[in-house]
Design a protein around this ligand. Structure first.
Ligand SMILES: [Zn+2]
Length: 328
């Protein structure tokens, strides 16, 4: 803006009434919030720019759209921006995204998050699960002594009708998949979540369809290193998985009163994690089972990222490519 115009603008401000001043304040805050979120996303993308369609890195700048820089891939000729292919691909209300990151960092409830960002409750719900989709799907590789144990959550279809309209999840109907699977102490009202954690703090979580060897293998197979020592509770399903993969297996028979074997083998770290997870989850008063993976990923991200209280942490986590990756 020209200096002379800016002087006029400043003089005009003196003539604003109270309501107009407030409105102007909100507009300024919104404008600077948007540029903050967009700058962060654009810079992060540009630092390691690659085509989300084919992975090529030879890109051309291709103007702007929806407030974001566009690129064109020299290999596949498709155009895209920093958010293409991410959970935040529909760029609306970007000005509030960093504030939503604050809400996630603080573990706010839906209503508090909505008030914190000045958005509707349904928007708060939709954003929670958009922001958490990528963190929930991120997988670390576990090595050394790997403790593994399940914890249980009450099965809940909460919200499956109320939120249907605003929910982008493809899995819409309450479902009962897998309930007939092996039920070691598992009732239809309980959903098992497997947590596995190594001594360096690398952690994975998985909502299990059952407690059989297949479910355990599906959850642990892709993430446990071949030279790891698996240290689970005494369940046979883990033994089957470990034997099948040729992984050393040191079960802890907690039910028989064993806590530590050979000084090194125990599941106290993973059980302490269960305790922190459950304590933190209490504020949500029970969560819909189909969203449980997102809450597990939320808690895991809080524990694993270097700056869990920084709003940018959550905005960048939301747009991370989903893959097996080390979170460090
Ligand atoms: Zn391409």
């Amino acid at each position: 803006m020209r200096e002379a115009d800016f002087e006029v603008l400043l003089r005009l401000i003196e003539r604003l009434d109270g309501e107009q001043r407030k409105a102007l304040g909100r507009a300024l805050a919104s404008a600077s919030g948007e540029s903050g979120a967009v700058r962060l996303l654009e810079e992060t993308f540009a630092a390691a720019a690659r085509c989300p369609h084919c992975g090529a890195t030879e890109l051309q700048r291709w103007g702007h759209a929806s407030g974001l820089r566009r690129y064109r891939c020299k290999a596949c000729h498709k155009t895209f921006n920093a958010l293409t292919g991410t959970s935040l691909a529909r760029p609306r209300k970007k000005a509030c995204w960093l504030r939503y990151g604050e809400a996630l960092a603080a573990g706010m409830t839906l209503a508090k998050s909505a008030a914190h960002c000045g958005v509707h409750l349904t928007t708060s719900f939709r954003w929670r699960h958009r922001f958490l989709r990528a963190p929930a799907a991120t997988r670390e590789v576990l090595g050394g002594v790997v403790e593994a144990d399940e914890t249980f959550f009450r099965r809940s279809h909460k919200g499956s009708h109320r939120w249907r309209r605003g929910d982008a999840s493809p899995e819409r109907r309450p479902h009962r998949r897998g309930e007939r699977a092996s039920r070691r102490g598992l009732s239809a009202e309980q959903v098992p979540a497997l947590i596995a954690r190594d001594r360096a703090g690398h952690t994975i979580d998985a909502v299990l369809p059952g407690l059989g060897a297949d479910a355990i293998a599906a959850a642990l197979g892709p993430v446990v290193a071949g030279d790891a020592v698996l240290c689970p509770d005494g369940a046979k399903a883990y033994a089957a998985f470990a034997t099948g993969r040729g992984i050393r297996h040191e079960p802890i028979d907690v039910a028989a009163g064993v806590r530590v074997r050979d000084g090194a083998f125990h599941i106290q770290n993973v059980n302490a994690y269960h305790g922190r997870l459950k304590g933190w989850m209490r504020r949500f008063n029970g969560v819909a089972t189909r969203y449980l993976p997102n809450y597990l990923g939320w808690r895991r991200t809080l524990e694993r990222v270097p700056e869990p209280s920084a709003s940018k942490t959550w905005l960048l986590a939301a747009v991370r490519p989903i893959s097996t990756a080390n979170a460090n």
